[in-house]
Design a protein. Sequence first.
Lengths: 209, 209
Amino acid sequence: MRIAELSRRTGVPIPTIKYYLREGLVPAGERTGPNQAQYGEAHVKRLKLARALVEVGGLSIASAREALRLMFSAGLSELDTIGKAQYAMTPAREYMEDEAWDEAVAEVDELIAKRGWRVKPANPARRTLADALATLRRLDQDDYFELLDSYAETAERLAADEIETVTRRGDVDSVAEAVVVWTAVGDTVLASLRRLAQEDKSTRLLEGS
Amino acid sequence: MRIAELSRRTGVPIPTIKYYLREGLVPAGERTGPNQAQYGEAHVKRLKLARALVEVGGLSIASAREALRLMFSAGLSELDTIGKAQYAMTPAREYMEDEAWDEAVAEVDELIAKRGWRVKPANPARRTLADALATLRRLDQDDYFELLDSYAETAERLAADEIETVTRRGDVDSVAEAVVVWTAVGDTVLASLRRLAQEDKSTRLLEGS
DNA sequence: ATAAAATGGATAGCATCACTTTCCACTATC
DNA sequence: GATAGTGGAAAGTGATGCTATCCATTTTAT
């Protein structure tokens, strides 16, 4: 298969495929001449995957490359991939380190301890969460405190279901792929469902009054 | 208060404040001379809000402006704000309309019907969700089907808690503000917690084997 | 056999976005 | 009266994610 068919099969324009090749999101095809190369099913899959991470998951090209790299790097245990892939998927941000920040960090630690979660200190989700909580505090949206437990409970149940489903797969590669896809696309699914449910609840409340 | 103090109080650089003023994220101050204006507490609050939507919520400047506009526009019922604000917060995307897309749209309709959710056809979360599901299908990640119910259940419970907490507030403005902030920042909180819970579950599974 | 189309690869260009910088006439403060 | 700060306009910047152009070389169609 050459580039035109790769484009047709995936819906990705040829110039974009060339760009992704340059950026290392998709490996080069097998060279058969000075200006000829062959692509296979693996390239189709990889390209679809890259597109999903970038378009639906909202990852940057750099993050997507890193996630894909980890996904296909041998030597990692299946579940180790989860951590690594997650870390790659969190974009770096700068945080405002004030009083609200310190309190938020403490709150996150407390929540993790209370739940008994085993989370490495390096997990970037800690900081992202702390940043979000600090922001809410700075806006005097302190009601979040009572909802936080509900959120955590929810997240825990979800994670249990997800891990269970994902590990039910056979081979390592398949698990790795599922983890990456689910982490990235799952956020969008969850956020959408939350919005739909919110509209429903608010509509009902509106009618009831 | 003049711009320097506004900057000090919020941590937002002066040029950025000027930019936000130009873009209409923050209303102009009260003019007291050809090159003098006064800002008040309302400006501080609005600026913090704008920053939160952009930085933590990841909204574009245009989306943030629209969300803020709706938030402070009179004449909307409290809960009507939820819908309007949500719509403003969903960025427009193009969708690949193939077979997987059609099936995904049908699936979303089915899910909404099954749950008995009352959701307007115009709600952009429908399309976002369909797009995500279509993507998973195109990647042959069909296991999502069995998890979808779990996700929906989760979203519903969350929404119930959120609406309840938010409407417990007194005035309309306060509700509107909470809705916008929670919609935007809540996504981040939820996503972070999900990642933390995932690491915990996978760590435990790894140790158990 | 030959003309037209496609290929891989390199390089440069482009549009968007979210700011920054620079400039200005003017005002406030030391 | 010097210095710093102000609001506002306009132009500039850096990052990002593509597109467009060009080229020598196949491949395909006629």
